[in-house]
Design a protein around this ligand. Structure first.
Ligand SMILES: [Zn+2]
Length: 403
C-alpha cells in the first residue's frame, strides 16, 4: 500500500504548488486593480489549500476591493454577496462589517445593516465613516439618542466636518423639541406629534387622512406604492422654524422626513392638503432619483400639489424671461437661497418649465426621466432617454413662449 500513500502525498504537494502559483497570480491581479478576477483566482487557490491563512487573507482583501468598487458604482446588490463571503472568511474583521453594513443600508435592509455597522464600530471605534452612517441609520429610524451618540463619536474623529456638525446640531434641536412627542402609525406613515398641544389630536387625524390620500394620488402618478413607513413630524410654527432653520414663508419641508407646521389646524385646510401633496412628491422623487436637480424636484412637487400655473407665468413675465438663468445652472438646492423674491422666481421657473415639459411630452415621461436618472445626476441624459429629445432645446422653445 506504500505506493498509494506516496501518490497521495505527491498530489498534495502538487496542489500546494498550484495554490501558491494561483496566489501569486491573484496578487498581481490585485495590484493591476482587477479585484473581480483576483477573487476568482484566490478562490481556486483556497480550494487547493484551505488552511493557508495568507491565501484566505488575500481573498478577503480582493473581495473587499471588489465590493468597494461596486459600492462606488452604485451597485450595492453586487457588493452584498462579496461582502458576505468576506464575512464568512473573516468574521471578526471591522472593515468587512463596515462594507457589508454599507451595502445592506443602501439595499434598505435596515435591521441587518444596523447590526453590521454596530459590529464595525465596536471592532474599530476609530472608523468615523461607519460611526457617521450608523448615526444616519439610527436618525432615520427615529432613534435620536442613538444617532446623536454615533455622530458625536464621528465628529470627534473629524472635527472639521461641517456637514456632520450640522446634522448633529439639528438632531439635538429635534430631541429638545420632540422629547414629549408621541407616535401614531397610519398604513404608510409614522406620524410624530405633541399630544399635549391644543386640539392637536383632531388635527393629527386630519393630517393622517391627507397623507394617505397623497399616498394614493401621487403614488398613481409615479406608479410607485412603497411600503414605508415614511416619517412625518408635526410642529407648531415656531418649533418648525427652530428645528429646520427655515424662513417664515416655508409651508413644509422634506429632508428625509416630512416636516409640517400645522398650528391648531383652525385655518388653511386647503393649504395643508397642497403642502402634504407637495412634500410627499419630494419623498417619492427622493426614492427614485436622490440626486434629482432642485428645479425638476420643485417643479413636480408644485405640479402635483395643483398650484396655479398662471400665477407662476405671471411671476416670470414680470421678471424679464430673457434674463432667466438656464435650468442647468440653477442651484442644487433652493433651501439656502436668500431673499423671498429670488426664491419665488426660482419656484415659478421650476413650476412653469416642468409644466411645459409635462404638457409637451407627459407626466409619465418625467417620471421615466427620474427612473433613468437613478443615482446619477445627469438629468439631460436621462431626459433624452425618456423623451427622445434635447432638454436644452426644450428649454429654448419654452422661453420663446414666455415673450
Ligand atoms: Zn418643495
Amino acid at each position: 500500500m506504500a505506493w498509494l500513500l506516496i501518490g497521495v502525498l505527491l498530489l498534495a504537494l502538487g496542489g500546494e504548488d498550484e495554490a501558491i502559483r494561483l496566489n501569486n497570480e491573484g496578487v498581481e491581479l490585485l495590484k493591476a486593480k482587477k479585484p473581480a478576477e483576483a477573487v476568482a483566482v484566490f478562490e481556486r487557490a483556497l480550494k487547493l489549500s484551505p488552511d493557508q491563512s495568507r491565501i484566505r487573507g488575500n481573498l478577503v482583501s480582493a473581495l473587499m476591493d471588489d465590493a468597494v468598487v461596486a459600492l462606488n458604482a452604485s451597485r450595492p446588490g453586487d457588493a452584498e454577496p462579496r461582502a458576505r463571503r468576506a464575512r464568512e472568511l473573516a468574521p471578526e474583521d471591522g472593515h468587512v462589517a463596515h462594507v457589508l453594513g454599507t451595502a445592506l443600508y443602501r439595499l434598505e435592509k435596515r435591521e441587518e445593516a444596523e447590526a453590521e455597522l454596530k459590529r464595525a464600530v465596536k471592532r474599530d471605534p476609530g472608523n468615523g465613516q461607519a460611526q457617521d452612517l450608523l448615526g444616519t441609520l439610527l436618525y432615520q429610524k427615529e432613534d435620536l439618542a442613538g444617532a446623536i451618540a454615533a455622530w458625536e463619536e464621528a465628529l470627534k474623529l473629524s472635527p472639521k466636518d461641517e456637514a456632520l456638525r450640522e446634522r448633529l446640531d439639528k438632531a439635538r434641536r429635534e430631541r429638545e423639541v420632540e422629547k414629549d412627542f408621541i407616535q401614531s402609525d397610519t398604513g404608510h406613515f409614522r406620524v410624530r406629534f405633541d399630544v399635549s398641544a391644543p386640539r392637536r389630536p383632531q388635527v393629527v387625524q386630519g393630517v393622517m387622512d391627507l397623507l394617505e390620500d397623497a399616498y394614493n394620488v401621487v403614488g398613481a402618478e409615479f406608479g410607485d406604492f412603497p411600503p414605508g413607513p415614511f416619517t412625518v413630524i408635526l410642529y407648531n410654527r415656531s418649533e418648525f422654524e427652530g428645528v429646520t432653520g427655515t424662513h417664515g414663508w416655508v409651508g413644509g419641508l422634506f429632508d428625509g422626513k416630512i416636516r409640517l407646521p400645522v398650528g391648531d389646524g383652525t385655518a388653511g385646510k386647503l393649504d395643508l392638503r397642497q403642502t402634504v401633496l407637495h412634500e410627499y412628491t419630494h419623498a417619492l422623487v427622493h426614492r427614485l432619483a436622490p440626486r434629482c436637480p432642485a428645479w425638476l424636484n420643485e417643479g413636480l412637487a408644485q405640479l402635483l400639489e395643483g398650484r396655479s400655473e398662471a400665477e407662476s407665468l405671471a411671476t416670470l413675465r414680470r421678471a424679464k424671461p430673457d434674463e432667466l438663468t438656464p435650468v442647468a445652472d440653477l442651484p442644487s438646492s433652493f433651501a439656502r437661497v436668500p431673499g423671498r423674491d429670488q426664491v419665488t422666481l426660482l419656484y415659478a421657473q421650476s413650476h412653469a418649465f416642468t409644466a411645459h415639459l409635462a404638457r409637451t411630452w407627459s407626466r409619465r415621461t418625467l417620471v421615466e426621466t427620474l427612473r433613468a436618472m437613478g443615482k446619477s445626476a445627469d438629468v439631460a441624459e436621462a431626459f433624452r432617454k425618456a423623451a427622445g429629445a434635447d432638454l436644452a432645446d426644450a428649454e429654448k422653445n419654452w422661453k420663446a413662449t414666455l415673450r
